[in-house]
Ligand binder design. Structure first.
Ligand code: ADP
Length: 386
């Protein structure tokens, strides 16, 4: 990197100005490092935290290319961006982390699985299909057996684009789209490891976390750090996450989502090459937040300590079911009065059922105390509309 990073000429660009972009901007505020952000509207979550917000679409070639051409380094807060423009910018000498070729693999669930298979990274068996007719044909010919999980290759985000097909009565749920179809895993726990790597090859991983899901919305609702798993499981998960980031040869942050099955096998479900919901607790409970770590990694700075300061429970604050419109945070003062509760609201103007509107990280000297308080937060805070 030929320019001094902490100087007013240095331009770090981020594609995406949602809550992840906002938290990235806040994290580097202490270094007085501005973030240049591209997203559709200035009133998106990150808009208030950088004066360098360009309105445009990160899915559009021209918008991404024009935004990127005067940046020193570009990174992302979402992987569904226009990678054609990023390939061109890379050719013209812009440093891009994660690299566009890595993004092409990761944003296609089919290519991502092929990557794991090619590199002997444990993952559930899978096949690729062009459309619903091909899937039905494979079922009729006994090639594909129930139960299975169908994932749209390109559109999947936050549980949309995933269909769990348990038996023939679920056939109507099969999506008519190019898909990756995989064996259903008998899941004991969903765990995740966030790992970072820089150009110098330094690697640092955070303690393993353990997720619980909201069955209605299929979103992570409650996250436990450290994961309540045996030490041996935590060590295997950590080693696997490190192997995955090295195999991708990726710089930046990689959230590695894993399944622990009933026989204690650990399988890679998918990865996200950016800060991730499963690392939000690091802001309040670790020495270095995932957002600062991501910036350190993409700028090839020394990685920060990933050590945990305190156990934590992270609760996603979702829009209440049945309410759409201007968001109102009922019970907010009562939550602020509870010890150890760190509220992070994303400033989204409109609430919708199950929309991620913020998160709360509850810290305590032990998990049992943190869980009891987290339960109170969930009962107390309701995100409704006027
Ligand atoms: P998304 O990218 O939308 O988050 P995921 O691949 O993480 O999609 O799938 C969403 C959820 O569906 C997972 O967290 C898990 O609960 C369930 N799921 C996904 N794949 C499988 C599988 N092969 N077997 C069982 N459950 C699965």
């Amino acid at each position: 990197m030929d320019k001094a990073i902490i100087n007013s000429d240095f331009k770090l660009g981020v594609l995406g100005g949602g809550q992840l972009g906002k938290m990235m901007a806040l994290a580097v505020g202490d270094w007085h490092l501005p973030l240049y952000i591209l997203d559709q509207k200035k009133n998106f979550p990150a808009g208030m935290f950088t004066p360098f917000f360009t309105e445009g679409s990160f899915k559009d070639y021209d918008d991404v290319y024009n935004f990127g051409k005067d940046k020193d380094v570009i990174t992302i807060e979402i992987e569904h961006v226009n990678t054609e423009a990023l390939h061109q910018l890379e050719k013209e000498g812009v440093t891009i982390h994660p690299a566009p070729a890595q993004l092409d693999i990761i944003k296609d669930k089919g290519q991502q699985k092929q990557f794991y298979a090619k590199h002997n990274i444990p993952t559930s068996p899978f096949e690729l299909y062009e459309n619903k007719a091909d899937i039905l044909h494979a079922i009729e010919n006994g090639i594909l057996k129930y139960p299975f999980v169908q994932k749209s290759r390109k559109a999947g985000y936050d549980g949309k684009g995933v269909a769990v097909i348990k038996d023939a009565s679920y056939r109507d749920l099969i999506m008519d789209t190019p898909s990756m179809v995989e064996d259903m895993v008998d899941i004991k726990k969903e765990i995740a490891v966030i790992v970072a790597r820089n150009e110098s090859g330094e690697i640092a991983s955070y303690p393993v976390v353990d997720m619980e899901f909201n069955p209605d919305a299929n979103l992570v609702e409650w996250l436990v750090c450290p994961a309540e798993v045996r030490e041996e499981i935590a060590q295997t998960a950590d080693a696997l996450a490190r192997e995955v980031i090295e195999t991708f040869d990726l710089c930046g942050l990689l959230a590695v989502e894993l399944f622990l099955d009933k026989d204690d096998n650990i399988l890679v479900n998918e990865v996200a090459p950016r800060p991730h919901n499963s690392g939000h607790h690091t802001i309040d409970s670790c020495y270095t937040s995932q957002f600062e770590q991501h910036v350190r990694a993409v700028l090839n700075l020394p990685l920060g300590s990933t050590k945990m300061k305190t156990p934590s429970i992270m609760v996603n604050l979702l829009g209440a079911d049945g309410y759409t419109g201007h968001a109102v945070y009922e019970g907010l003062p009562d939550c602020l009065a509870m010890g150890g509760v760190n509220l992070h609201l994303y400033g989204k103007v409109e609430t919708r059922p199950f929309r991620k509107m913020g998160h709360a990280t509850v810290v305590a000297s032990d998990l049992a105390t943190a869980k009891a308080t987290a339960r109170k937060v969930k009962e107390t805070l309701k995100i409704i509309s006027k």
